[in-house]
Ligand binder design. Sequence first.
Ligand SMILES: Cc1cc2nc3c(=O)[nH]c(=O)nc-3n(C[C@H](O)[C@H](O)[C@H](O)COP(=O)(O)O)c2cc1C
Length: 268
Amino acid sequence: MDIMQAIKTRRSVRTFDSMTLAADDAKQIIECAKSAKNPYGMDVEFRLLDAKKDGLSSVVINGTDSFIAGKMTRAAHAEEAFGYTFEQVVLFAQTLGVGTTWIAGTMDRAAFERAMDLREGEVMPCVSPLGYPAKKMSVRETMMRKGIKADTRFAFEEVFFDETFNQPLAKEKAGRLEDALEAVRLAPSAVNKQPWRVVVCGNKVHFFEKKNVGFDDNKWDIQKVDMGIALCHFEMGAKQSGLNPVFEIQDPGLSLPENTRYIASFVL
Ligand SMILES: Cc1cc2nc3c(=O)[nH]c(=O)nc-3n(C[C@H](O)[C@H](O)[C@H](O)COP(=O)(O)O)c2cc1C
């Protein structure tokens, strides 16, 4: 799969063309989901769901009954692990021409959790519709995208840094990391807040979360799911650039801006 192509062309799809998801696409997507791994070594259980059969709904989604959802045991790093794993499925679907939208909030959560047989100690962070994008977005989708500025991203220099948080990293100076960092920059995130900040220190690439108010209730931090997505994009982008990134969690002890915390690193 040309991962950079999938990353550059993906967008959240909320208006579908009402065609049923092809059995072969469904089969390939669930196979991809079942084999998807994350660097935290945590298991995520995926299921394909049917809105009509399972009584599901999402106010933002039109034109498809197919959904995919994932659940896992609640534990430290579950958020990042989930983000990393689910995004592989999202990008794979993109290569098949199947549209997706990460959904954490705008759905009948209780119905989805019932359909997933969610048990004590488990969490179902997000779901996604699966289907074929309609030619034209609904008015609601267009307005929603405008409202959250879904088509924009922070500039390279605003989120990537060279050795310290005081020194922005220009795209032209990113060298062999240019594609991998661009892949991070383009990633989807809750309310498009793009909480990832990255500091490149020699052969190490450190990931930090710049927290926004209201996303973390001390039990669950949805922006850490975004961080998992960013880690996934970086690793896939780096591999496509011929690099061999090795995951580690070792806080480099840098001086941090406000509301910023260390998440994980890659060693090149
Ligand atoms: C963890 C996460 C949760 C999200 N939750 C929702 C949601 O509940 N409803 C929704 O319509 N979009 C949701 N989104 C989609 C984002 O709004 C979208 O990714 C962002 O605005 C960027 O737009 P794009 O995906 O089209 O590039 C979520 C995205 C992520 C990564």
